[in-house]
Design a protein around this ligand. Structure first.
Ligand code: ADP
Ligand code: GLC
Length: 484
């Protein structure tokens, strides 16, 4: 099959969270299974400086201007990566900066969608599956239907939209609709209009041939009241075409046996290297090098989604219980208070707590390896990758039982010798502390049982293997709609 992934992020070129990892790893796995896989994403500032100029310069009218989309290409791991070059992407930040989201994001991602269609026609052919991701990719099905298919292009090509995070919808003032260069009937409840607003994700939900989201549990939650962040009724209209497929982990990027970011590697047979990683990290961060002190870490966007409030509330308690806590993360302009709260916690508990504010890929790897417990108290979580990385690195996760977390963690039971982590149910500090307490207690009272739990996590299969087949089935259904 010929597949074009249309995404705002493709790791390692661009990444702000799991989207970049998920699209990159899926593309690689599809290519390894013999498919012809292309990705197309913006050439943000500094991205792919050595990519080759393909010579294609698509001219795309949007709003008052005709925008140029120059297409660059770089091949990696069997995947053909295309990048759209335009001055609108050449900024600090992917979607916004210290002043908030960029005001022209709808134009930036309309350009991505139209550029993908131009590039597919030139380089891939007419028989393509367009796999679009999140609100930034959601305009492609609209352009495909409004302009390309009526002109006879892509007659057999289907489109698939994956919702990684429907809390982000590209919901904007209605006045911006004219910039998208779509016929007026697209600004109705059967298109991109939603309660008077412009909603880019909604257009994709209604007009993609197939829909997926990133875990089976989230596929059920997304159509319950509030589960789709207001879009649950719209998603419900397409329930028959929605599939929940778990994300996987790319072992070339996330494996403690080969990880180039670690001071020592290790595997499920021998955890000696993990102890070295812990000592090295404690030293690096100026914490007491104490092998038996529980080290809890959290890595992620400091966003309400991630339950940062619950985490921040529990840090003084963890310090009081004699634990070390390290949080790596950064917040968007609207949520800077989370950063301040964590910095404050570090100040109050200098000997035990570190708040590392910023984005640091290598440190994220070192933390996964060094930690004894990984904390992820998400209020909602479509899939979540870090809890899978944590298990692969022998770090039992403490998670809320929601979305993909419910599908990828098993509760530890030392009596039966099963499980890989610790769940809590209600989104409250006391519930989180209950699960943290079980984790810390097992670590302190029965290290052998704790190490067995670590090893069970390390031996779990989080690979893309079977998931690739599930996507191929969805792609086939999307194509069948076209040819049927
Ligand atoms: P989400 O996509 O909701 O942010 P995921 O768990 O799916 O959550 O993926 C998060 C990805 O982003 C992981 O690869 C994680 O390591 C990475 N990440 C998030 N914040 C940071 C940070 N501050 N520094 C390094 N990596 C980060
Ligand atoms: C989103 C979700 C996260 C998921 C990631 C990749 O950002 O918040 O749960 O793992 O996308 O699909």
């Amino acid at each position: 099959m010929k597949i074009v992934q249309v995404s705002a992020e493709v790791a390692p070129y661009s990444k702000s969270g799991g989207l970049g990892d998920a699209v990159a790893a899926l593309s690689k796995a599809l290519a390894a299974a013999g498919h012809e896989v292309w990705t197309i994403s913006p050439r943000y500032r500094g991205v792919a400086p050595d990519a080759e100029d393909t010579g294609l310069l698509a001219r795309i009218p949007l709003g008052a201007w005709e925008h140029g989309a120059r297409i660059f290409r770089e091949d990696r791991d069997g995947v053909r990566h295309l990048f759209v070059g335009n001055g609108m992407y050449d900024r600090d930040g992917l979607y916004g900066d210290a002043n908030g989201s960029f005001g022209d994001n709808h134009i930036r991602f309309a350009l991505l969608a139209q550029a993908a269609l131009h590039a597919a026609r030139r380089f891939v052919g007419d028989d393509v599956v367009f796999h679009c991701h999140d609100w930034q990719g959601a305009l492609l099905p609209a352009y495909l239907k409004a302009y390309w298919r009526p002109l006879g292009h892509f007659p057999r090509s289907g489109s698939v939209l994956t919702m990684h995070n429907p809390a982000h919808q590209g919901r904007l003032p209605p006045s911006l609709f004219v910039d998208l260069e779509l016929p007026a009937r697209w600004f109705t409840p059967w298109g991109l209009e939603f309660y008077g607003d412009l909603c880019l994700l909604k257009g994709g939900i209604l007009h993609a041939d197939q829909l997926t989201t990133v875990s089976p549990t989230f596929a059920r939650e997304i159509v319950t009241p509030g589960g789709g962040f207001g879009l649950e009724e719209v998603i419900g209209l397409r329930a028959a075409d929605l599939t929940g497929i778990l994300n996987g982990v790319d072992p070339d990027e996330w494996s403690p046996t080969t990880d180039r970011h670690l001071p020592a590697t290790y595997d499920a047979e021998d955890l000696t290297g993990k102890a070295s990683c812990k000592a090295a990290l404690q030293g690096e961060l100026g914490l007491p090098v104490a092998p038996d002190t529980p080290l809890l870490v959290s890595v992620g966007r400091l966003d309400p989604q991630k339950g940062v409030e619950l985490l921040a509330d529990s840090v003084p308690w963890l310090a009081g219980e004699g634990c070390q806590v390290v949080v790596l993360g950064s917040a968007a302009a609207a949520h800077k208070t989370f950063e301040h709260r964590l910095i404050e916690a570090e100040r109050a508990h200098k000997a035990q707590v570190r708040a590392w504010i910023g984005y640091d890929e290598a440190l994220a790897h070192r933390l996964m390896a060094a930690a004894d417990l990984f904390v992820m108290p998400s209020l909602f979580e479509p899939c979540g990758l870090t809890q899978m990385y944590a298990q692969a690195y022998g770090t039992p996760p403490v998670v809320r039982r929601t979305g993909g977390l419910a599908d990828t963690v098993e509760e530890c039971d030392p009596w039966t010798g099963t499980g890989t982590g610790f769940f809590f149910e209600r989104p409250s500090g006391t519930a989180l502390r209950d699960a943290l307490w079980r984790g810390i207690s097992l670590y302190r009272s029965d290290r052998d049982a704790f190490d067995l739990a670590r090893k069970r996590g390390m031996r779990r299969d989080f690979s893309w293997g079977a998931r690739v087949e599930r996507f191929v089935e969805v792609y086939e259904r999307a194509q069948a709609v076209r040819s049927g």
